[in-house]
Design a binder for this molecule. Structure first.
Ligand code: AKB
Length: 320
């Protein structure tokens, strides 16, 4: 079994933090970070980085062969809001990159894959509260359609070719270390930046739009726990539901006001409102709890103070 790990899309919101954790866990010489763009500034000594287009099958194969990769974390994707503006491009990126990596596993070049799915696989006909692992899934966004198709492809490759591919349906992920790019849940990060920089935030969702969310630390722990779980515990492909928190912009703004009393929020819903309206409000993650003992740890108070305390430092400390 080859030991090295490849992260595709390593400069994105999840990739930035996950790559760091993987390096700490397995060693800096064991993890190869890749992204379509070179990193801003110098690559720190000891970190391995290659520029890689996730949709270029030959380039991905060459990278896997060159570094003798065993495990791939495929994080490159176009998120819900951006994908609505470029549906064909989103489909091509989200699907082709997955099929390329699944084929590498089928051909025996890699042993294991992590590929993120999303709560976007659900749609207006899915139960809104406590949405179960398996239910009606009729997504109305191109992002959701691509994630649901991706889940089916993963299942197909596992059943037909024995590929070990694992997946989680991430809710909106909240972190202070890296910005998200083009999601509907992004308001829950932008709100902290604006609260600290200007004291007010113009929200693109209505005040009572409740969505499933999670602190990045919980999401990273879930990812690594699933990847480290015994294959016998996850022997049938499932993109697991995981639940963290459920809150609305109003709930979050009240919590922020607890620490920044003058903070003001205004509501100006745009096209992202209908995306949010099609998604669940809360998630049933009992199958993840049962199969690999998943349990979220970070509540809204902890999340709010962690975001404010860390952003206070990072937003106002000049880079050298
Ligand atoms: C998005 O808003 O598009 C993502 C997601 C829920 O997958 N954060």
């Amino acid at each position: 079994m080859k030991s090295k790990t490849l992260v595709i899309g390593a400069s994105g919101q999840i990739g930035t933090e996950l790559t760091h954790q993987l390096r700490v866990l397995y060693g800096f010489d064991q993890v190869i970070a890749t992204d379509i763009q070179p990193p801003v500034g110098e690559i720190p000594e000891g970190e391995l980085f290659d520029v890689l287009d996730a949709t270029d099958g030959d380039a991905v194969r060459a990278c896997v062969e060159k570094h003798q990769i065993g495990t791939v974390y495929l994080l490159a994707a176009m998120l819900s809001a951006t994908a609505e503006k470029a549906p064909r491009k989103a489909w091509d990126l989200n699907m082709n990159s997955l099929l390329i990596v699944l084929d590498l596993a089928k051909d025996g070049l890699i042993d294991k894959i992590f590929w993120p799915s999303s709560i976007a696989v659900f749609g207006p006909t899915s139960p809104k509260q406590n949405t179960p692992q398996a239910c009606v899934m009729e997504p109305t966004t191109v992002y959701g359609i691509s994630k649901l198709a991706g889940e089916n492809w993963c299942s197909y490759y596992q059943n037909k070719y024995g590929v070990d591919v694992r997946s989680i349906r991430y809710p909106g992920l909240i972190s202070w270390k890296a910005l998200p790019g083009g999601g509907t849940t992004d308001y829950a990060i932008a709100i902290f930046h604006e609260a600290l920089k200007t004291g007010s935030y113009n929200c693109f969702l209505t005040e009572n739009t409740v969505l499933p969310m999670m602190h990045m630390d919980d999401a990273l722990r879930a990812t690594l726990e699933l990847m480290h779980a015994d294959l016998s515990d996850v022997n049938q492909f499932k993109a697991y539901n995981i639940a963290g928190l459920s809150f609305s912009p109003k709930d979050l703004s009240k919590n922020i006001q607890g620490q920044i009393p003058n903070f003001k929020i205004l509501y100006q819903p745009d096209f992202r409102q209908s995306i949010a309206d099609s998604w669940p409000s809360s998630i049933d993650d009992s199958e993840a709890a049962q199969d690999w003992k998943w349990k979220a740890q970070i509540d809204l108070d902890h999340l709010t103070s962690d975001m404010i305390n860390n952003l206070k430092t990072t937003l106002f400390t000049p880079n050298d």
